[in-house]
Ligand binder design. Sequence first.
Ligand code: C2E
Ligand code: MG
Ligand code: MG
Ligand code: MG
Length: 296
Amino acid sequence: EAKAAGKRQWSRYQPQLQAGLVERHELNESLDTAIAESAFALYYQPIVDLASGDLVAFEALVRWPHERRGMVLPEDFIALAEESGQIVPLGAWVLERAVTEATAWQKLSGDRRTAGGRLPLRVSVNVSARQFRDAGFVDTVRRVVESSGIRPGTLILELTESVLMRRDERVRTDMRTLRDLGVRIAIDDFGTGYSSLSYLREFPISVLKIDKSFIDGLGLSEQQYALVEGITRIADTLGVQVIAEGIENDAQRQLLAAMGCPLGQGYLFARPLTVEQAGALVQGDADLAGLQDGRP
Ligand code: C2E
Ligand code: MG
Ligand code: MG
Ligand code: MG
């Protein structure tokens, strides 16, 4: 079965791979230039409280505005940057930029939010496995946290299960150091990899992001619903906050809110926003419903 699947994949992807060699070289070179010139853009997707609709966080998502290719999405360059190691400087740029922006937003919204009794706005940053394994990663996080003055508890680092799967000592030590810094760690795309709820007690995890593929199936079968509800309950028992990813319709939002899933993100609420749109939302000059009309 696996062999057959492997063959099928091979014959499907081979032509692209070959055509991709020249392109890959070209892309690597222009990635180098883009990294040197910090020629990337960060978009920010709102994460909301499912019961109240309040904005609680933004996930930073990188894009690469390219003169010939237009706005290049992460799926077309992150894997490449991981293979070449370019993800290390790129990821450091993303972290620094997102934290700088978030610190400014927290100042803008600080008084208003405290008055309303809400927590300060959080920012969630994706970290690839290669980036996390880099010997300088923890120091980069420490430097960015210290120089920005961000409240560490408002910074979430999103790791995928591939990082935890190895269960090696370095990963544990680094995660403990990050926890001691006060930074929060999320498991991203939970359910797509070698999902194990035991990660939640083995590692200092604060947040679990349930992958869109589970949310897609929510209204479709009892089993899918029970699965998401079970994950949410167990996470809650362990003091881990759940974020549902890829909520696209109100039926999904209602089911999630009913089962007690606290947070979510998805096109239903907002697409990834430009920094200006995100800022307007924070300042109260725009609301989520209004932003949906003028989708970027
Ligand atoms: P992710 O971290 O799971 O991010 C969620 C992705 O789902 C984003 O795609 C977002 O635009 C998309 N999305 C959000 N809501 C919906 C929805 O309701 N429906 C659908 N169909 N999609 C939705 P994006 O921005 O293209 O990013 C793709 C992946 O690239 C991310 O998945 C993440 O793994 C990676 N990535 C993005 N930015 C960075 C970064 O700065 N560093 C690293 N290492 N990886 C990044
Ligand atoms: Mg993510
Ligand atoms: Mg995700
Ligand atoms: Mg994903």
